[in-house]
Unconditional design. Structure first.
Length: 189
């Protein structure tokens, strides 16, 4: 286990020395990113780091614990802190800038051989991410719920009239979709 290289790797991120950190990767290093994407080598790391700091310009990584798994592999538990100021594209999710201060728990599995990172697997607690980065417009949600209640009453009054029920159900579908987008804005790409 190369703890000096591991600490240097995270220090480079915190100092925004991304090119220095990229040189720590083997050219063909396999990177499995939090978003479910795969990338290769230092260039893949650069794209990831730059996209991360565009969403969290003041992001900093703190190593909480390094757990050796084999002679070459270590599991690193991190806390990533920062202010969510830009859009974070995260696989099927898109988190628009919330302005929220976040402290996310991240785990990285690093395989270091011959002084180079040959593989990296990054994971994040998705529930933690959603909870901290989602901003719900509760006023808009209340407005949508009022419309949904009114449509529920209208649907009850339409009993026995299949055409009217279908029209009300279509309007209800639009309002339910709108309410879902308010509650889960991160699904709206």
């Amino acid at each position: 286990m190369d703890t000096a290289l591991i600490h240097h790797y995270y220090d480079c991120f915190n100092k925004r020395q991304f090119r220095e950190a990229a040189r720590l990767f083997a050219d063909d290093a396999d990177l499995q990113l939090m978003t479910g994407e795969r990338a290769r080598g230092g260039n893949g790391y650069l794209r990831f780091a730059e996209s991360w700091v565009s969403a969290f310009p003041d992001a900093s990584l703190s190593v909480l614990h390094i757990q050796p798994r084999t002679e070459t592999m270590s599991e690193i538990y991190l806390q990533v802190s920062g202010t969510h100021r830009g859009t974070l594209d995260f696989g099927p999710y898109r988190f628009k800038a919330s302005g929220n201060e976040a402290a996310l728990h991240v785990r990285e599995l690093l395989d270091v051989r011959g002084g180079k990172i040959v593989a990296s697997v990054l994971t994040v607690d998705l529930t933690d991410l959603v909870t901290q980065l989602t901003r719900v417009d509760y006023d808009e949600l209340a407005r949508r719920l009022i419309k949904i209640r009114a449509l529920a009453d209208e649907l009850g009054q339409a009993a026995g009239d299949a055409t009217r029920q279908r029209l009300v159900a279509n309007r209800l579908g639009v309002e339910l979709d709108a309410a879902r987008r308010v509650v889960r804005p991160h699904f709206n790409k």
